[in-house]
Design a protein around this ligand. Structure first.
Ligand code: SF4
Length: 339
């Protein structure tokens, strides 16, 4: 067969793809409406020329992982918990990813002697109660490796919590079969899984079935989402997203303000806009559906809850309702205050 002729007009997006990898699962691709140039699923996963615009304020390591890395693949920022970056691959590559300089870029994950060293690091530090498994996406590990890692961690007496952060149950749900869910269950430690989703349409029947398999295996699920311009930065979408988590037994946990990752400026909105959306969410759904709106302070110093504040105490001990600044209304005027 003759070799294919080179394209006469190169695709300008190839420059983006050569900088940051592209991957979209069949499940997510099927959700994209090709007739909608602003489709929120496409925005999350398809390359965009704006990714080549890097602002001076952006940083390849926006939350300062490297500064707090005592060993390859380990981040130890807070005394009582440590992060293992298990694998640098994901089933999808989110165009806003805060670790986009690392994921899908061929970096090694934690295995063999490097994993042994990471486990020994935890074992030698009784203050560490929680190990957070991240990546990339740690659910890219096989069920066998995930189960083995779970058992190794639970065997360390002072490790009480094992927390996985993953997008797989939503974007590649068939991967989370009952064998996988069972592999995460272990005695000696509680397993939590933080489920990453950003738009209510991501909750397909297959995704909901995968989430049910995890919950039914005794795993505690919490949510994490990123507040993204054009994807979920309106009150209705955000409320529907939190309702989707809740009905799937996923407790809303974190709503991240976007990090200063390179080439992601088109996703960022102001903190004031995010606070106004949180105030609207508070008015719309119950307290059970409220995530913490959070910012990883650039450089990695800490996580900072962004509010908004709803009340201010005056010098006489009275309370002032802060309405104008964040869209909040006095209780008497609100139609449906959260419980
Ligand atoms: S799944 Fe997570 S780590 Fe992977 S590309 Fe998306 S945001 Fe980044």
């Amino acid at each position: 067969m003759p070799a294919a002729a080179p394209a006469l007009f190169p695709d300008p997006l190839d420059d983006v793809r050569s900088r940051y990898p592209e991957a979209v699962t069949d499940q997510m691709r099927a959700l994209i409406d090709p007739a909608d140039p602003a489709d929120p699923i496409a925005l999350q996963f398809l390359p965009d020329l704006r990714e080549l615009d890097q602002l001076p304020v952006e940083d390849g390591d926006p939350i300062g992982d490297d500064r707090f890395s005592p060993l390859p693949g380990v981040v130890h920022r807070y005394a009582d918990r440590v992060l293992f970056k298990m694998i640098a691959a994901c089933p999808v590559y989110c165009r806003f990813c805060f670790r986009r300089e690392m994921v899908g870029q061929g970096e090694p994950g934690l295995s063999g002697p490097a994993l042994d060293a990471a486990l020994a690091y935890v074992a030698a530090r009784p203050a560490i109660r929680e190990v957070i498994l991240t990546g990339g996406d740690p659910f890219m590990l096989s069920a066998r490796r995930a189960g083995e890692l779970t058992r190794q961690l639970a065997a360390i007496a002072h490790v009480e919590l094992i927390r996985w952060h993953t997008r797989v149950p939503v974007v590649d749900p068939q991967r989370v079969d009952s064998t996988y869910a069972e592999a995460l269950r272990v005695s000696g430690a509680a397993t939590y899984v933080a489920i990453h989703a950003n738009h209510p349409r991501e909750f397909t029947p297959a995704a909901e079935a995968a989430l049910a398999r995890l919950v039914d295996a005794g795993i505690v699920l919490v949510s994490q989402s990123v507040l993204l311009k054009g994807v979920n930065d309106d009150a209705g979408t955000l409320a529907d997203l939190m309702r989707a988590f809740l009905r799937n037994r996923v407790k809303p946990y974190y709503l991240h303000h976007p990090d200063l990752a390179p080439g992601t400026g088109h996703f960022r909105l102001s903190i004031a806009r995010g606070q106004a959306l949180m105030a609207q969410l508070r008015r719309t759904i119950s307290g059970l559906g409220q995530p913490t709106y959070i910012l990883d302070v650039p450089g990695g110093a800490s996580k900072a809850p962004l509010g908004p504040a709803y009340l201010r105490e005056d010098p006489e001990g009275g309370l002032e309702v802060l309405g104008a600044a964040n869209g909040w209304q006095p209780v008497a005027a609100a139609q449906s205050p959260g419980d």
